[in-house]
Design a binder for this molecule. Structure first.
Ligand code: MLT
Length: 243
């Protein structure tokens, strides 16, 4: 049976209800989904994604001790928060056995957009192969790019294309044109020879990070398969964890 794959280059390009019954991979390579993978790899018990700063503060208060408050606005750590949105901040010392309450401009918003899905996975180049393997048993998958403030981003589209390319066309049918476009963008990148870090630096999101002093985060985000876990968002509990 042919499996069906769709790519959405922005959340605005798919109705939330249209994700019902599907497995959705949420993608915000620079940097939310990369950072969440590192937080969980370094022992955070779970990550609680929040839309708004006030919601994050209230959630942290409600959860009490053992909570780390993290995230960004305009790329920078939010006043009063423990951590920003750099994967390198989410060390074992900072997050092990703690709950991370997390809000970012676009990434956590995309996660909420996927709430109707059957399963929600968190994808980035850091866990590319693990995400591809996790899709092996599903029949209808959607790769949902967070983008930046309503604009399509090359880094998220490239990651979606990498997943589409790895899944292959023998078993998987491309169900929308964005899937073809993303896969072809990744194939063009492969033909070009990389490195991925240089491509991410040339993207608008990469340029923004360099301007903000977060150049090192781009190298981290470009390390394909540095991690082998697949974070999953459980809509019932509101928590992202590895199981
Ligand atoms: C976001 O969610 O908008 C991004 O992760 C922003 C950032 O890189 O800080």
């Amino acid at each position: 049976m042919t499996r069906a794959l769709r790519v959405h280059m922005l959340p605005q390009l798919v109705e939330p209800a249209d994700l019902r019954g599907r497995t959705v991979v949420v993608i915000d390579v620079l940097r939310a989904t990369t950072t969440i993978a590192y937080a969980l790899a370094n022992g955070a018990t779970s990550v609680v994604p929040c839309l708004e700063i006030d919601e994050a503060r209230a959630t942290a208060r409600q959860l009490g001790s053992g909570v780390v408050l993290g995230g960004e606005r305009r790329g920078l750590r939010i006043e009063g928060f423990d951590l920003g949105n750099s994967p390198s901040e989410y060390t074992r010392a900072a997050v092990e056995e703690r709950t991370v309450v997390f809000t970012t401009t676009n990434g956590t918003r995309a996660m909420r957009h996927a709430a109707a899905a059957d399963a929600i996975l968190i994808g980035s180049f850091a866990n590319l192969s693990a995400v591809v393997a996790a899709l092996a048993n599903c029949e209808r998958a959607d790769l949902l790019c967070a983008g930046t403030n309503g604009a399509v981003t090359a880094e998220d589209t490239l990651f979606a294309g990498a997943v589409a390319h790895r899944l292959g066309s023998d078993e998987w049918g491309m169900e929308n044109d964005q899937a073809f476009l993303a896969r072809d963008a990744w194939r063009a990148f492969l033909a070009d020879g990389g490195p991925l870090s240089a491509t991410l630096r040339a993207c608008q999101g990469g340029k923004n990070l360099i301007a903000e002093g977060f150049d090192a985060d781009i190298d981290t985000a470009a390390q394909i398969d540095a991690l082998s876990l697949v974070p999953r968002l459980n809509v019932g509990t509101g928590r992202i964890a590895v199981r």
